[in-house]
Design a protein. Structure first.
Length: 162
């Protein structure tokens, strides 16, 4: 049976079941959080833009922030029947897209996003089993809900599967 491909835009999340695939394009400092329940072959993908909502004026979009996207991914997958103890994460993106000096990490949103997602996964007991993080090139991903594989394509044409 052929599945559908669902496109996940920036600051958005979607959920589905195998044989579907979830795709997001243009991850720079943003991080694609691919959460999978391997037994039921269901998953969700969040295209996270920022580490936390604490400084945001508009906090309504939970997919936009790491501290709200991770718990929402868990909640929605459990509603679909997932066992939270079997959930695993693969994360992609977090590039350092802009440089304003040799030691300026204050604007490195990619690293801050990575740390926030890792902290939230640790808080909720979700194991991170794969990463393609950092660098300075944008990435696009295809998340196969049948296998849990995440195909990563960098703007510099490198391709890997995590």
């Amino acid at each position: 049976m052929q599945g559908v491909t669902l496109i996940v835009s920036m600051a958005e999340m979607k959920f589905s079941r195998a044989p579907d695939q979830l795709v997001t394009l243009g991850l720079g400092s943003c991080i694609g959080v691919c959460m999978h329940e391997p037994l039921l072959k269901i998953g969700g993908l969040a295209h996270v833009m920022l580490p936390e909502d604490s400084l945001a004026i508009d906090k309504s979009n939970k997919a936009k922030f790491a501290n709200t996207a991770v718990p929402l991914l868990i909640e929605e997958l459990v509603k679909m029947g997932a066992n939270s103890e079997r959930l695993v994460v693969k994360m992609v993106g977090g590039a350092h897209m802009f440089s304003f000096g040799k030691n300026d990490n204050s604007l490195n949103v990619g690293s801050r996003n990575q740390m926030a997602i890792e902290n939230m996964c640790k808080k909720y007991g979700i194991h991170i089993i794969g990463k393609s993080i950092g660098g300075n090139a944008g990435k696009s991903i295809t998340f196969d809900l049948e296998t849990g594989n995440v195909r990563v394509r960098s703007l510099n044409a490198n391709i890997c599967i995590i």
